[in-house]
Design a protein. Structure first.
Length: 154
């Protein structure tokens, strides 16, 4: 089986710091042509985006795709809701987890897989302040160990 390569467009760097990532899903996204051209130029922001499930369909909200400069009258609203393409059982699983267990659905990264735009979304639970401090302490300890190891090997 051939492994498909992908080109990263944008990723949510704060996702792992602000949330415990439980499970990730790969979703297609419904876009217009000018939005795809803007994504090819790398003009996307996932910072404030989140996923909503309504009427057995998943939508990504507040994902900013900048307007394509060469297509003035064909551009859409940069912050419009965009439908995600998921299987029914995946949508049901996400909906059940969000309503019962207090999880949220966040986008992790958006990328091109071949000619298609894919979005990785995650079922996540928010971290408390002390969890974030623990993450920072672990990261600092790891960096310190790497620095010591590098110095010893020189």
């Amino acid at each position: 089986m051939s492994e498909r390569r992908y080109k990263l467009i944008a990723q949510n760097r704060k996702a792992k710091f602000n949330y415990f990532i439980e499970e990730t899903f790969q979703a297609g996204i419904e876009l217009f042509g000018m939005e795809v051209k803007s994504l090819r130029a790398g003009k996307c922001n996932l910072g404030e985006a989140h996923v909503e499930v309504r009427d057995r369909q998943a939508f990504i909200v507040n994902m900013h795709i900048s307007p394509y400069e060469q297509a003035n009258m064909f551009n859409k609203d940069p912050l419009r809701k965009r439908r995600l393409l998921l299987h029914k059982r995946e949508i049901n699983k996400l909906l059940g987890s969000v309503t019962r267990e207090g999880y949220t659905i966040i986008p992790v990264k958006i990328y091109f897989s071949g000619a298609y735009v894919k979005l990785d979304i995650a079922l996540a639970k928010g971290k408390k302040l002390y969890d974030k401090r623990h993450s920072i302490a672990q990261k600092d300890a790891r960096r310190e160990n790497e620095r010591d190891f590098k110095i010893k090997n020189l």
